[in-house]
Design a protein. Structure first.
Length: 163
């Protein structure tokens, strides 16, 4: 997967170190809560493993947005909320995060102030409509794959939440 990523890293990052992989059909109307199935941006065949992850989720639920997010060494994402990204928000989508590059020097801080230690290859759901921030203390960039999905029964089962 890292070999695939190195090819994609040569592409320009847009919107504060973001590479869009799939987007809602009308991105101009995207407000972060689109429940429409996303479409691929270009051919994802040069990143077959990442494409297979997206396709696996598509086999079970509606995937609304996927991106590679790059956090530079020393970067900080100030505390904020994503009001449309929580299971408790009616008609929301949820964001799943899969770290790709290894680094132990990133603190994802949830509302309770506790860091969440995400390791490469793990898939995480966090209640992003609560306040959260990110601090990167390391010397190498951190890249995550984020997948926004409609929280159907399959997703809830994967998260261990009763439907």
């Amino acid at each position: 997967m890292l070999d695939e990523l190195s090819k994609d890293m040569a592409k320009p990052f847009l919107y504060y170190s973001v590479v869009m992989l799939t987007v809602p059909p009308d991105m101009s109307a995207h407000t972060g809560a689109s429940r429409a199935p996303s479409k691929d941006i270009g051919d994802l065949s040069d990143i077959p493993y990442i494409k297979s992850i997206i396709e696996e989720f598509r086999a079970h639920t509606v995937v609304t947005l996927t991106r590679l997010l790059r956090l530079e060494a020393g970067a900080e994402v100030k505390e904020h909320t994503d009001p449309t990204l929580g299971l408790d928000v009616p008609d929301s989508v949820v964001r799943l995060t899969i770290p790709i590059t290894p680094t132990d020097d990133v603190d994802f801080i949830q509302m309770n102030g506790e860091p969440v230690q995400m390791q490469p290859g793990e898939c995480w759901y966090m209640k992003l409509n609560d306040p959260h921030s990110v601090l990167h203390h390391g010397t190498r960039q951190r890249v995550n794959l984020t997948i926004d999905v409609v929280p159907n029964d399959w997703v809830l089962e994967q998260l261990g939440v009763a439907a």
